[in-house]
Design a protein around this ligand. Structure first.
Ligand SMILES: *Cc1c(COP(=O)(O)O)cnc(C)c1O
Length: 334
């Protein structure tokens, strides 16, 4: 199957599995796993951050960041379409007594600086304490402008806020913009990176920050049940991805552009956006179900909806994209 529903569907390659099988391991809760410890340091160095913590998922990574930055009754600022606000089960409220103040996104995915400034609540005892600004890069496939993140983090710091970057797909931003990962992390107190999306590892995220922050985060990871034992097996898969699967993200971006171009030739389909590895198109609602079935019969999986997001990744080739475009054309020709 050609699975375009998400880049989370990638499967570990034979070489990655081999690296995982060979991993040296120990009990990571006791900090005895040499593969995890080395991997955390390697990622931190790559990102220009002081320290890292290997965690099971991006959701847990973001939650640990919120719990570490904020106290009960505090609030954080985030985009109203951001993953940390919309797609993490309200974990900060459920487990931390932390509320979110969602702000609308600008067209480029950023949060307007004047809106950010106004959103920070004063010291009045009626108010929740605004403690943290959380940004996301990429946001729906868009690369957040580096000049913007610099201004936003400086503004936040000036207002007494900590800053967190949800960089689940930050490697896509780095490759698309030709900038080093560290440049995109600069200015943030904490950064979360995922290895189980376009990078193709089966499991794993890394939360980054300074040593004191990561020390407190390690405690929260244990509290949340994220302390794992011989987890070097998983970290080895992520390390393999870090060393072998970053440059190739350019292929995913190229394939996304080819897909957008091909679908753009179909009158009934409107290409709404194509950034990094995501293509978003509109199809008339009356076609959704039939199109989904038609594509599935041709070995193509999409999350059929009027606004259809298709994601390219490691397991989708240029040839697959030709087949997808041809299949869309065949459907709309009938
Ligand atoms: C996928 C994703 C996450 C969470 O990752 P999981 O590993 O699925 O929990 C966080 N933020 C963004 C932007 C994501 O796309």
């Amino acid at each position: 199957m050609i699975d375009l529903r998400s880049d989370t569907v990638t499967r570990p390659t034979a070489a990655m599995r081999e690296a995982m099988a060979r991993a040296e391991v120990g009990d990571d809760v006791w900090r005895d796993d040499p593969t995890v410890t080395a991997f955390e340091a390697e990622v931190a160095e790559h990102a220009g951050m002081r320290a890292g913590l290997f965690v099971p998922s991006g959701t847990q990574s973001n939650l640990i960041a919120l719990l570490t930055h904020c106290q009960r009754g505090d609030e954080f600022l985030a985009g109203d379409g951001s993953h940390i606000y919309r797609d993490e089960g309200g974990g900060a409220a459920a487990l931390g007594g932390i509320s979110a103040q969602p702000l609308p996104h600008e067209a480029d995915g950023s949060l307007a600086l004047d809106r950010l400034r106004r959103a920070v609540k004063g010291e009045d005892i009626h108010h929740a304490k605004t403690r943290l600004l959380a940004l996301e890069n990429t946001f729906r496939g868009k690369v957040l402008p580096e000049a913007y993140t610099r201004e936003a983090t400086e503004l936040a710091r000036g207002l007494g806020l900590a800053t967190h970057l949800d960089g689940a797909r930050l490697f896509n931003s780095a490759v698309a913009s030709g900038r080093p990962l560290a440049a995109l992390c600069r200015g943030f107190d904490s950064v979360s990176l995922c290895f189980s999306k376009g990078l193709g590892a089966p499991v794993g995220s890394v939360l980054l920050g300074n040593e004191a922050f990561i020390g407190r985060a390690r405690r929260w990871r244990k509290t949340l049940g994220g302390g794992m034992r011989q987890v070097g097996i998983l970290a080895a898969g992520c390390r393999y991805a870090l060393r072998h699967h970053i440059e190739r993200l350019a292929e995913d971006h190229h394939n996304a552009r080819q897909l957008a171009q091909g679908l753009g030739e179909i009158a009934t389909v409107e290409v709404r956006a194509c950034d990094t590895n995501m293509v978003i198109v509109s199809v008339p609602e009356s076609h959704c179900a039939a199109l989904g079935t038609f594509l599935a019969e041709r070995g193509i999986l999409v999350a059929a909806a009027p606004t259809l997001r298709m994601v390219t990744h490691l397991d989708v080739s240029a040839g697959d994209i030709h087949h997808v475009v041809a299949s869309f054309k065949a459907y709309f020709a009938t």
